[in-house]
Design a protein around this ligand. Structure first.
Ligand code: ATP
Ligand code: MG
Length: 469
């Protein structure tokens, strides 16, 4: 083990957010060892802006809870962790782990239960890449390096601890992490990893929960390096595992959307990872739509059914949460509405919560030469920047053109727009058997407020998706 002087590598307590130092100090004062470990230390060393800071300690989750009280919540089953809330920030605090006493693995060797506490040395060997195993104690100004990780930082090489094949079998998600870090940090993947990183190996990802894979796919989409990571995903057969039905081919549309997403992240704008799913699945959606049209469905039904089908297929690999699915279907549905808007509805469409995403999507299609957009991307772009008088004139002009093209009068006078998508019907609940309540025993009066409580309906249209960690 080597002890490095943190200041020599550009790390100092002054560069840390107060939340992480508060956690480290809190644990230290209570008599425990505590370090910052993982991406935070790695990124600071590389001169990057860490996404977050993870802490690690010899205190057990229960002891961490004793230190931070109500500010701490214990989470996870396979991997128990403490979440400590400092102000508005959340710090993840893990306990040093030893190899599991009783190994609980799946048939393919995947570790299913992993909560055996241990020493820092034991904790170190269980981590994934050498560059993720540096333990930083900011008060002491030292970094503990157990495996010459610093050399890998300097030579920019991604090296797994231990035998790569076994490490991938234990947790196939490490394959995705390999590509993520290679793309994010611009590191070379070590030769011994390349040797075993085969399509056969990637098939182990089928055993990983589709929920976890969705989270990982989000991390891949939101690190600002989609342009770099997408070709790697195809090269290493990861694409084929995550997106079973999407042909492994970076179309100009996907390429432009990737570039656009990366740029937004680089300038600190929010992005919605579901938007990128909408892009990836667009071709499949169109094909499925054609299929239903050929079967004789009317267009609106064909679109609705195609959307549901495509998302259902994808959810066998990565489970897209319901609100993200709705977002994707709305973006697709917006394409039709924006392409051929009823003139009276134009102002309402432009004010719709899903307008921005739908319009961005349309414009991307147009920019890569999709003839189906008929220049409407540009039309909406111009429209948004007009004064209200000019907007009215633009709508009249659009209406005249539309009438000329169609040669039939416009009858629609409804300025309201119908919902973009219909949520699938929830499963019918079994009717509850009414039990007779003995009236004497209840002291809740008939007009008690609790009996008037309504279910709160959340407005998910405003939800901004972000990285999960
Ligand atoms: P970033 O947060 O920038 O995406 P990170 O390296 O901090 O990268 P996290 O997922 O936050 O990644 O994990 C924190 C640390 O936990 C990692 O640096 C690594 O040491 C360890 N770790 C995370 N996931 C695994 C895994 N699947 N196998 C082994 N160690 C892991
Ligand atoms: Mg991290």
């Amino acid at each position: 083990m080597h002890t490095l002087r943190a200041s020599k590598y550009g790390l100092s307590i002054k560069k840390l957010p107060p939340s992480i130092t508060e956690v480290i100090d809190g644990l230290t004062k209570a008599g425990y060892d505590a370090y910052i470990v993982g991406g935070g230390v790695r990124d600071l060393m590389l001169g990057l802006n860490p996404k977050d800071f993870d802490a690690v300690t010899n205190a057990t989750p229960a002891q961490i809870k004793e230190v931070f009280g109500r500010r701490c919540r214990i989470i996870g089953r396979r991997f128990e962790l403490a979440h400590v809330f400092i102000g508005r920030e959340l710090i993840e605090v893990a306990t040093f782990r030893a190899p599991p006493k009783k190994v609980v693995t799946s048939a393919a060797g995947m570790i299913l239960r992993d909560n055996n506490w241990g020493t820092i040395e034991q904790d170190f060997v269980r981590r994934d890449f050498s560059i993720n195993t540096m333990y930083y104690q900011p008060r002491k100004g030292i970094i503990l390096d157990f495996c010459h990780a610093i050399d890998d930082v300097k030579t920019k090489i991604l090296r797994l601890l231990g035998e790569p094949a076994r490490r991938f079998e234990e947790d196939p998600v490490r394959m995705l992490r390999t590509l993520r870090f290679a793309a994010k940090l611009n590191f070379k993947i070590a030769d011994d990893i390349l040797e075993i990183f085969t399509p056969k190996m990637t098939r182990l990802l089928r055993d990983v929960s589709p929920h976890r894979l969705y989270d990982e796919s989000q991390k891949l989409f939101t690190m600002g390096r989609l342009k770099e990571v997408l070709p790697l995903m195809i090269e290493f057969d990861i694409w084929q595992q995550l997106f079973a039905d999407i042909s492994p081919n970076i179309t100009p549309f996907i390429d432009l959307a990737a570039k656009n997403t990366d740029q937004r992240i680089q300038v600190g704008k929010t992005i919605n990872p579901a938007f990128f799913y909408a892009v990836l699945l667009w071709e499949n959606f169109l094909q499925r739509y054609e299929f239903y049209i050929k079967k004789g469905l009317v267009a609106a039904e064909a679109r609705a059914q195609a959307g549901l089908d495509v998302l259902k297929r994808q959810s066998t690999r990565t489970v897209i949460p319901r609100f993200a699915e709705t977002f994707i279907r709305e973006v697709w549905e917006m394409q039709t509405r924006l392409l051929n808007p009823k003139p009276q509805q134009i102002p309402a469409l432009a004010a719709h919560p899903r307008f921005r995403a739908g319009f961005d999507f349309l414009l991307l299609r147009e920019k890569v030469g999709d003839p189906d957009t008929q220049g409407m991307g540009q039309w909406w772009e111009t429209y948004q920047n007009l004064s209200s008088d000019e907007k009215e004139r633009a709508i009249s002009k659009y209406n005249r053109q539309r009438l000329k093209d169609r040669r039939k009068p416009e009858k629609v006078v409804d300025v309201e727009i119908e919902p973009l998508v219909q949520e699938p019907e929830p499963k019918p609940r079994r009717k509850r058997v009414e039990r007779e309540r003995p009236t004497q025993q209840t002291d809740v009066a008939d007009n008690h407020p609790i009996l008037k409580r309504k279910r709160v309906k959340r407005d998910l249209s405003q939800v901004i998706f972000g990285p999960t960690q």
